[in-house]
Design a protein around this ligand. Structure first.
Ligand code: AMP
Ligand code: MG
Length: 348
């Protein structure tokens, strides 16, 4: 089988349109050229840009924090806290730190809200497909059938008093790929603000948080990626400040076998990628952990149910792009989202 696999996670799927004018160079307090650093972490390209209060030590601190979180939350590194929890499945509860406890608690609330379409116990199925990794392949039906019974978020037991997580059945495995970057974006935005930064961009491979406004006090303009074209092709933009913008899409990570294309958001009931009208969905929220969990949840729910779900949530907005190149947006974006591509049709 000829297998072509591409991962676009090294690239930002949403990118920031900056209209600041060039200046003579950064100063410690006010500059229009950002102090910027990019590192490959959490399986993606992470860029932090500070537009004021530009001390490189702040970036050191921020990237150290991201590395520490990666060492706790990843499945692709050795000896992480998450692996410890997974390895103790069916055996015993494991004491965890605040980060892991909070993420799993929040994730479980989205599992309940989506009736299990969002399910962090998807680990055994993710591992069979390995979409986004060089070893990606289409698993056999027998393999999927053997893994499916292990997927059930109701078998995750949290004990708040002891701060433990217990996966009740042997072979269960949590995968935080749908939510960990959002959590991290919030932590880094808080860290920057605690260090006195008031104007900054946190970009975790397209999982964006905009700290404050641009230096001139106007909102940041964030481009919405065209899901059918290479990066930096956008369909339009929104104006935001102090908000999170997160996208889930069929183009992020996928496996192309030549006969079919399989993307990375998997149906906990079938073990196969969700197959619905959505090519990409972007969530705008105050917290990135909500945006990340919701982008995956809403993708899983599909267009109609997804719009209904987002509309029922306070303070959350969304832009949906369908495979038919139609664009839907929620009420809160009525006067905000600007469609700039004539290949797409905005449905009101
Ligand atoms: P995102 O790109 O934020 O939508 O997250 C997708 C990632 O979440 C995948 O690469 C998997 O690691 C994980 N995942 C896949 N399917 C699900 C699901 N149904 N519920 C929760 N996490 C999932
Ligand atoms: Mg997500």
């Amino acid at each position: 089988m000829k297998s072509i696999m591409r991962s676009m996670t090294l690239f930002s799927l949403i990118f920031i349109l900056l209209f600041s004018t060039a200046c003579s160079g950064p100063t410690n307090d006010v500059a229009t050229t950002p102090l910027r650093r990019t590192e490959l972490l959490m399986g993606t390209s992470i860029t932090l840009s500070l537009y004021d209060h530009q001390y490189p030590q702040i970036l050191d601190l921020a990237f150290d924090t991201i590395k520490q979180l990666e060492n706790e939350l990843s499945l692709n590194k050795d000896d992480t806290l998450l692996l410890e929890v997974n390895e103790a499945s069916g055996v015993s509860p494991i004491p965890v730190n605040e980060a892991l406890f909070d993420i799993v608690q929040k994730g479980l609330s989205y599992s309940a809200l989506t009736d299990g379409a969002f399910d962090m116990t998807i680990g055994p199925i993710v591992k069979l497909w390995n979409i986004g990794m060089p070893e990606a392949r289409v698993p056999s039906q027998a393999e999927i059938d053997a893994a499916l019974p292990k997927i059930d978020y109701t078998n995750v037991s949290l004990n708040e008093t002891d701060s433990t997580i217990y996966l009740e059945e042997a072979g269960m495995a949590l995968d935080l790929g749908a939510i960990a970057k959002g959590y991290t974006a919030d932590v880094i935005a808080d860290l920057l603000k605690a260090q006195g930064v008031e104007h900054a961009l946190v970009d975790l491979g397209g999982n964006i948080y905009t700290v404050g406004t641009k230096l001139d006090g106007t909102p940041w303009k964030v481009g919405i990626q065209d899901p059918f074209n290479p990066r930096n092709n956008i369909i339009g933009h929104i104006s935001v400040s102090e908000q999170s913008i997160v996208t889930s899409g069929i183009y992020e990570r996928f496996l192309d076998t030549g006969d079919a294309t399989y993307h990375h958001i998997l149906n906990p009931e079938t073990g196969y990628p969700f197959d619905n009208e959505i090519a990409g969905v972007t969530i705008i929220s105050n917290y990135s952990i909500d945006g990340d969990a919701l982008s995956t949840s809403v993708f899983a729910l599909g267009l109609e149910e997804g719009i209904e779900f987002v509309t029922s949530l306070e303070g959350i907005d969304a832009i949906f792009i369908t495979k038919d190149q139609e664009v839907y947006k929620t009420e809160g974006l009525k006067d905000n989202f600007v469609l700039t591509s004539d290949k797409f049709k905005l449905i009101d």
